[in-house]
Write a protein that binds this ligand. Structure first.
Ligand SMILES: Cc1cc2nc3c(=O)[nH]c(=O)nc-3n(C[C@H](O)[C@H](O)[C@H](O)COP(=O)(O)O)c2cc1C
Length: 202
């Protein structure tokens, strides 16, 4: 394990359940892989821009002269993509917001899902160029989505698994921090998730 990339999204700082559990996971990974570099990318502290026209052109042009001319516009997407591809393990610690992912995380995804870098269309479909890497999702939510009537409302885990498999990352484990808004469940949600982190097969 050379590098672990941890993406954190919640703007709730020390109150954040996903960050608290991500800290537990970071400590366990640090014990297991003391020589691995842990890169923590905090999208609340350093928000990313939405993918705009010039960046889109810069990262999708097939014309080498235009690519050279638009190098600066591609810089941030290049950096984020290099960072991901240099990592063996990706951790995404995110809240559920309005049944989906926060737009801050979507902005990161839009900058790293790139033709020729992380995926490539082939005759028989799509080739994920980030294959071989693993991912762990730490998903915090007010409700419960692993089971029960709200399960179909979860557009976080299915979407993240889909987009990660699109770029070739299919070895994905999930830690749930759920029931944060349910009084009977909230006190145990982080301790339960921390226990699940300790039991993760890593
Ligand atoms: C803007 C916003 C939208 C939310 N939407 C949902 C939701 O759709 N479903 C849900 O179960 N919880 C929802 N919640 C609750 C959060 O998922 C919950 O508080 C979780 O702990 C947030 O993660 P964090 O503690 O890491 O910030 C929402 C919270 C906020 C602030």
């Amino acid at each position: 394990m050379k590098q672990i990339l941890m993406i954190e999204i919640s703007p709730r700082g020390r109150d954040s359940a996903s960050r608290a559990v991500a800290d537990t996971l970071a400590a366990r990974l640090g014990d297991l892989y003391p020589s691995a570099k842990l890169v923590r990318r905090d999208l609340a502290a350093e928000p990313l821009p939405h993918l705009d026209g010039i960046t889109l052109q810069a990262i999708s042009t097939k014309d080498p002269a235009e690519a050279a001319q638009l190098q600066e516009a591609a810089r941030q997407s290049d950096q984020l993509t290099d960072e991901l591809l240099a990592s063996d393990l990706l951790v995404i610690a995110t809240p559920m917001w309005n049944f989906g992912i926060p737009s801050a995380l979507k902005a990161w995804i839009d900058l790293i899902v790139r033709p020729g870098r992380t995926f490539q269309y082939a005759d028989d479909g799509v080739l994920g160029l980030a294959k071989g890497r693993k991912a762990i999702l730490v998903l915090a939510s007010g409700g419960v989505f692993t089971d029960g009537p709200w399960r179909p409302w979860d557009f976080v885990e299915p979407y993240l698994r889909q987009i990660l498999s699109f770029i070739g990352i299919v070895d994905v484990q999930t830690i749930r921090v759920e029931g944060m808004n349910i009084p009977a469940l909230a006190p145990d949600a982080v301790p339960k998730a921390n226990k699940a982190v300790e039991e993760l097969a890593l």
